[in-house]
Write a new protein. Sequence first.
Length: 69
Amino acid sequence: MTEQGQPPVFDAGPNAICFTCGGFKKVSDPRLYMIQATEELMTGMTLAEWRGCPQCGGDGTLAGTQPPV
């Protein structure tokens, strides 16, 4: 409440943390790579690359208070 008894005005609205990235603004994009550890052994290895969050567009917040679906 403000001094005049009016409710506060949120220009951008109350924001919620993005539930897809947790506010980190990036999500992991796992990729499978084949590496050669030694001359006798070839193995698969999962490495994570980062990409922007598709839900919040890299902002980390969502407009309004939206619960996770």
